[in-house]
Ligand binder design. Structure first.
Ligand code: NAP
Length: 308
């Protein structure tokens, strides 16, 4: 039987609708809407797209959203000066610096930037103060993608307490915070990575399997316990016709979309997993829209906390 598809777009719409009264109340009280500044360095095509969707969603939800651009030639000091100005801005409650930064800024640039963003405005939840609060299970601004995953699981009535959860991926922005959020909700959590031995066997223990590797269609049915909930965080732009032909039969909707556009966005989960899993988040339309909804939610929260 095909898995129940968990509709991230619908959950994201629900979250945005629930936020509306809080946004109106804040705007009436503060005399301005909650505000977010999005910082884009250079003009990476994918980043332009992500920032565009964030600006659009923020605007539609009644938030102030400003795009601050720096050229690809900007130095790390230029960027840190901009962050400092935004830290002191009265109009902005949240700051998001879009990754990736230009390689010329150096390998530690992102970490330096996350360290520099004021913890109260860190709507991405990447500043070490907020990460520390997350480790301790204290309220704070939490990374948007993993908190979006929790929202869709809870709102889809997937039991987390007592479940065996396996997270594939241990990045600071997805895998680690994801594991902590599941742990705080009383799942028994295993984190896997590129050195895990016999990954399919470990993954098959999961009642909840979160795939966050960035490797298209890597998680095949042999990774999945029948009936398990599978959350696909991966988003990879694929332009390889041979890979698409292997995954989607001729005449299928996705194959035709690829033939029209020359590219597809694929998750980390193989399409055949739908026949084994009990529930599954699709790509697109699963975790992606939730990430944006949680960013807006964090911005409203940051605004309320500043004016509390
Ligand atoms: P990342 O920093 O590249 O981390 C990838 C993780 O996957 C690493 O921990 C790596 O292990 C692990 N990994 C890679 N290959 C593996 C393999 N063959 N077997 C087991 N583990 C493997 O990526 P990320 O930033 O966490 O993002 C992961 C994916 O989520 C990407 O596709 C990204 O685009 C997507 N994403 C989506 C959203 C959204 O809104 N939907 C948001 C954020 C990220 P090691 O640590 O051992 O190298």
């Amino acid at each position: 039987m095909a898995a129940r598809l968990l509709d991230g777009s619908a959950v994201a719409r629900q979250i945005r609708a629930e936020m509306r009264p809080d946004i109106e109340a804040f705007t009436a009280r503060a005399g301005r809407p909650p505000g977010i500044a999005l910082v884009l360095v250079g003009s990476n095509a994918a980043s332009e797209l992500y920032v565009g969707s964030k600006l659009k969603s923020a605007g539609e939800s009644g938030l102030r959203a400003d795009l601050e651009r720096l050229p690809a030639t900007a130095s790390l000091d230029d960027l840190l000066r901009l962050v400092d100005r935004l830290n002191r801005s009265e109009l902005h409650d949240g700051i998001l610096v879009q990754s990736p930064l230009p390689p010329a800024m150096g390998s530690h640039a992102e970490r330096r930037v996350f360290d520099a963003i004021a913890p109260g405005k860190d709507v991405d939840g990447f500043n070490p103060i907020n990460v520390g609060r997350l480790v301790q299970g204290r309220a704070g601004l939490v990374a948007c993608t993993p908190s979006g995953v929790i929202e869709i699981l809870e709102r889809s009535n997937i039991a987390i307490a007592g479940a065996r959860a396996v997270v594939i991926g241990r990045s600071d922005i997805v895998g680690k915070p994801m594991a902590l959020l599941l742990l705080h909700r009383h799942a028994t959590v295993t984190i896997c990575h590129s050195r895990t031995t016999d990954l399919p066997r470990v993954a098959r223990e999961a009642d909840i399997l979160v795939a966050a590797l960035g490797r298209p269609a890597f998680v095949t049915p042999d990774f999945v316990k029948p009936g398990a909930t599978v959350v696909d965080v991966g988003t990879s732009r694929v332009e390889d016709p041979a890979l698409v032909a292997r995954l989607f039969p001729a005449g299928s909707r996705r194959r035709e979309a690829f033939e029209r556009r020359g590219a597809l966005v694929l998750g980390d989960v193989h399409p055949d997993v739908e026949q084994v899993a009990g529930a599954l988040t699709p790509v697109p339309g699963g975790v992606g829209p939730l990430t944006i909804a949680m960013l807006l939610k964090n911005t409203v929260r940051a605004a309320e906390d500043r004016f509390a």
